[in-house]
Design a protein around this ligand. Structure first.
Ligand code: C2O
Ligand code: CU
Ligand code: CU
Length: 496
């Protein structure tokens, strides 16, 4: 089971690798790597899946070995595929000499198997959660959620993808050949020192969190994926610690967003660019039936804002007139020998039933804030650390911040007093009613578990919990900028 990611390299002149049917496509950048595709593990067989949390050594850059963490592999973990109405049995083994909690992000499971910080696995120990999968098809993920070291452990590699299928996803005509026309795309950014080691410091993170300099996709820098000459589904996961990306293609081509965090949208939404905040997933379809190639860009939203003032319509400027063009984060190149999905996109995907206003019983307010922590917490870089709070309190493992009732719809009004924050809630998918002070756009009207609030701004969600979470094993809500989370922008709640 300890198969490592495939990292076959394109070798100059090795055209056989690309097949013979390729035409009119420039040879990919010499020395570029193939997109690593994490091993797919079948999670429907019932028996526990062994997941070894271990140290690794991974080449982000050719010829340089970087100390990392991984799950069954050197960096990141396998993709676990499961189904609605089946039981997913996991068996984590912590072989590190630090404690690790691993959370199933996006899973609708009870608090005692959710993998929050209360469920940390001691060095040498095992944790075997049995997860009853009841929710619809979705792209979820699992990642470290260790108290105070989530950011550092995710940064070193403790994350992987979970794919849930159901009858709807079986039937809608969408690409679904894993690794061929249905690709996991885990977007992260990393900073390396002169010896290729990962650089990370919670203490020295800016108020925006730890922003890496180099984008890595499934652990590779600017990789290339060979894809069929048809529709290709990308399961995009913003697995970065803190970075907000603007995702687009270098030729500004249209693509269709088909799924949000918690599952398929009711219909595909055509877009040319979209924002992805930390923790979010977006499934998109890009059509390569024309046989060319497509370059996926993951632009740093913070830098775009600095350069242009507004995020707005910058992509038109980028694709049409920017020189030099930004480096593609992932290049898709058509290989006509691969079986292509050419069926038209369906007009209808999933049925999303929103609650009636009269069904929404409770209202809760959450205010996210960051304040200067004063001179006693001065980081190595010399800047004062911020105090990160929700409703005036920093995360305390001994405090339950909210108590909820099972099966009841509530409206949560979430506000940022300072800074942009992706707010995430465990144990559920929710629907966005208002986002950044306006009605949710069509591509945000699906099931979500992350909602963005901009600086001095608010969003509103409706949410219901169908599983219990006890005082001993509560659920969490928090900012998904992992340095904000680790510094306290998180709370605990029970569902009874
Ligand atoms: Cu993905 Cu509590 O987080
Ligand atoms: Cu989560
Ligand atoms: Cu935040």
């Amino acid at each position: 089971m300890s198969i490592t990611l495939s990292r076959r390299r394109f070798i100059a002149g090795g055209t056989a690798l690309l097949g013979s049917g390729i035409s009119g496509v420039a040879w990919p950048m010499q020395g570029s790597v193939s997109l690593p595709i994490p091993t797919l593990v079948d999670g429907t067989r019932g028996e526990p899946i062994d997941l070894r949390i271990r140290n690794g050594e991974w080449s982000f850059k050719p010829g340089i070995k970087t100390p990392t963490l991984g799950i069954n592999q050197d960096y990141l973990g396998p993709t676990i595929r499961t189904r609605q109405n089946s039981q997913l049995n996991l068996s984590y083994q912590n072989t590190l000499n630090e404690q690790v909690a691993i959370h199933g992000h996006g899973l609708h499971v009870p608090g005692d198997v959710d993998g929050g910080p209360q469920l940390a696995i001691a060095p040498g120990d095992r944790w075997q959660p049995a997860l009853d999968i009841v929710q619809p098809a979705a792209t979820c993920w699992y990642h470290s959620h260790t108290h105070g070291s989530t950011g550092h452990q995710v940064y070193r590699g403790l994350a992987g993808m979970i794919i849930i299928d159901d009858e709807v996803s079986d039937e809608v005509p969408l690409p679904r050949q894993y690794g061929i026309d249905d690709l996991p795309v885990i977007i992260q950014d990393r900073t390396f020192d002169s010896q290729g080691r990962l650089v990370y410091s919670l203490q020295d993170a800016s108020e925006d969190g730890w922003l890496g300099e180099t984008v890595v996709i499934n652990g590779a820098i600017s990789p290339v994926a060979r894809v069929p000459a048809g529709k290709v589904r990308l399961r995009l996961l913003n697995g970065a610690n803190a970075r907000f990306y603007i995702v687009a293609f270098s030729d500004n081509r249209a693509f269709h967003k088909i799924a949000t965090d918690g599952g398929l949208l009711s219909a595909p939404v055509p877009l040319t660019q979209m924002e992805m905040s930390p923790g979010e997933r977006c499934e998109i379809i890009v059509d390569l039936a024309d046989g060319g190639s497509a370059e996926l860009l993951t632009l740093f939203e913070d830098e775009i804002e600095d350069a242009e003032g507004i995020v707005g319509s910058l992509l038109d400027k980028f694709s049409l007139s920017k020189t030099p063009q930004p480096e593609p984060s992932l290049t898709l190149i058509v290989d006509r020998t691969l079986p292509a999905h050419t069926a038209p996109l369906p007009d209808k995907l999933a049925t999303i039933v929103r609650p009636e206003q009269s069904e929404i019983v409770g209202v809760r307010d959450f205010i996210l804030d960051m304040e200067d922590g004063g001179s006693n917490h001065t980081g190595h870089g010399g800047h004062a650390l911020m105090d990160m709070t929700i409703n005036g309190a920093a995360m305390d493992m001994n405090v339950i911040n909210e108590r909820l009732e099972i099966g009841v719809w509530e409206r949560w009004r979430i506000r940022s007093n300072q800074g942009a924050h992706p707010f995430h809630v465990h144990g559920c998918s929710f629907l966005i009613e208002q986002m950044e002070g306006a009605a949710a756009p069509p591509d945000q009207q699906g099931w979500k578990d992350v909602v963005v609030l901009d600086d001095d701004d608010w969003s509103e969600i409706v949410v219901r919990f169908d599983h219990p979470a006890t005082d001993q094993y509560p659920y969490m809500y928090h900012c998904h900028i992992l340095e904000h989370e680790d510094r306290g922008m998180m709370g605990q709640f029970t569902v009874n």
